[in-house]
Design a protein around this ligand. Structure first.
Ligand code: PLP
Length: 460
């Protein structure tokens, strides 16, 4: 074997050993930050080291601080695993090392993105004429879509924002729900609109936007307006009523942007598609492939119903360079990046390996596990389920904040499973997000049992 072949084979073996250990290893990282620094910090190497040693030592030292995110018992934040085909395709993407900014630097990467853009629109119920971009995550997908929105609402009042900037532009109003994700605010900051542009719309007890208040706010002013709705609130999994919001916006000229970071995947399941009803009437949509589609980080997706707005906001060419209809797709025209990773390969592999039915099954299975969690946890003494379990999120607490925090800490320290805490309506709560293809019924049983033990120990 050549040295390079031996290195790659050895690395694949280390990776497979890690996957095999998932059932038995603790889910949280084992090492403290101090231990990690001791294990990893060393003086800047003066001389070369053999690559096999580099990888073996990195794997041994780095493993101390690796969180078991690919485990079926990792329920933190909203974090998916990686389906095997996507993981393998991601290795291939690194091996091929294409620069997916220009067709010329990776023709297959460019065409694969065309293909997955089309597949994703079909799968997620996005209109076929929409444009798309694969970006690092939902954060940058928001920045991309809201840049297109900014272009459109200002063009409507005769302002070319790409050329004239914002310093003396007509103000833009952003109407967004009180339970919007923080990445909406940051996208507005990055785009120079500022969080001060937000007029917040109240949310109900599940985090859904109040439609009557939205309607009243829209009636207040007719200037350039962007509305940000959400499909899938991070604590409860609740959905804004897309159809009602689209109805209220009809004829107002406001741009409707939809944050569907994980909730948009409900559209891929017959059993859950009713939750997104009417979402196809939006002007732009964002979601994450690295959440529920289970491709490795990083992969967010932006869709825009007005391709000319999207392109005008992102392109790095002059507008007069109109391309022939059969022209190649240079990704730089649609993304905020220039040089970029060929993210399309992993998405392509995930969608091919799962198929429509596999994605639907993944969504339905995770939601079923969430329901089982709800049933199992509700039987524990003092446990209160706080959300309507409509999707894959379960929000709950115990009799008071101190008990809730103590139970969460005990479960986390047990190593059996990991999930994050949150605040909900002024009180401590625990949230479980089932987003990993690997999670099975045994994982749910083991995790509920870990909670039962924690409650027992605290009560004793
Ligand atoms: C995760 C999430 C985001 C941010 O996505 P990233 O991929 O982490 O940038 C935005 N909105 C919602 C609702 C989310 O769940």
């Amino acid at each position: 074997m050549t040295d390079e072949r031996r290195l790659l084979a050895r690395t694949a073996e280390i990776a497979a050993d890690f996957i095999d250990s998932l059932d038995t290893r603790p889910v949280p990282a084992r090492g403290s930050v101090g231990e990690l620094r001791v294990a990893l910090a060393r003086p800047l190497p003066q001389n070369p080291t053999d690559p096999v040693s580099v990888i073996e030592e990195l794997a041994a030292a780095g493993e101390l601080g690796v969180v078991g995110i690919p485990s079926g018992r990792y329920f933190g934040f909203v974090i998916g695993g990686a389906v095997p085909a996507a993981l393998a395709a991601d290795w291939l993407a690194s091996t091929w090392d294409q620069n997916a900014g220009l067709y010329a630097c990776g023709p297959s990467a460019s065409v694969v993105e065309e293909v997955v853009g089309d597949w994703l629109k079909q799968l997620l119920g996005i209109p076929a004429h929409a444009s798309f971009a694969l970006v690092t995550g939902c954060q940058m997908a928001h920045a991309t879509c809201l840049a297109a929105a900014r272009n459109a609402v200002l063009a409507d009042v005769g302002w070319n924002v790409e050329e004239a900037g914002l310093a003396t532009a007509p103000p833009i109003r952003v109407l967004a729900g009180a339970k919007r994700h923080a990445t909406i605010d940051r996208a507005l900051r990055l785009l120079g609109l500022g969080t001060g542009a937000i007029a917040e719309i109240a949310a109900d007890g599940q985090g859904r936007m109040d439609i009557a208040q939205l309607s009243a706010a829209l009636a207040e002013s007719a200037g350039p307006t962007i509305v940000c709705a959400q499909l899938g609130e991070v604590n409860t999994g609740s959905f804004d009523a897309a159809r009602e919001i689209a109805d209220v916006l009809e004829g107002t000229g406001a741009w409707l942007h939809v944050d569907g970071a994980f909730g948009l995947w409900a559209a891929a399941s017959d059993a859950h598609a009713h939750l997104v009803n009417g979402h196809d009437r939006a002007d732009s949509w964002t979601t994450d492939a690295h959440k529920w589609l289970n491709v490795p980080y990083d992969c967010g997706i932006a869709f825009v119903a007005h391709p000319e707005r999207h392109r005008a906001a992102m392109t790095v060419r002059a507008d007069y360079l109109v391309q022939a209809p059969d022209a190649v797709r240079d990704e730089v025209d649609w993304t905020p990046e220039f040089s970029r990773r060929a993210r399309g390969f992993a998405v392509y592999a995930a969608l091919r390996s799962l198929g429509r039915s596999g994605v639907a099954d993944l969504v339905d299975r995770c939601c079923r596990h969430a329901e089982r969690f709800g049933e199992g946890l509700a039987e524990l003494p003092g446990c209160e389920i706080l959300n309507e379990i409509v999707l894959n999120q379960v929000l709950f607490r115990f009799k008071d904040d101190a008990t809730t925090s103590a139970v969460l800490r005990k479960v986390q320290e047990s190593g059996e499973a990991w999930m994050s805490g949150t605040r909900w309506e002024g009180r401590s709560a625990i949230r479980i997000s089932v987003s990993n293809w690997r999670t099975n019924e045994d994982d749910v049983v083991r995790t509920v049992a870990a909670f039962a033990r924690a409650v027992e120990e605290i009560d004793a």
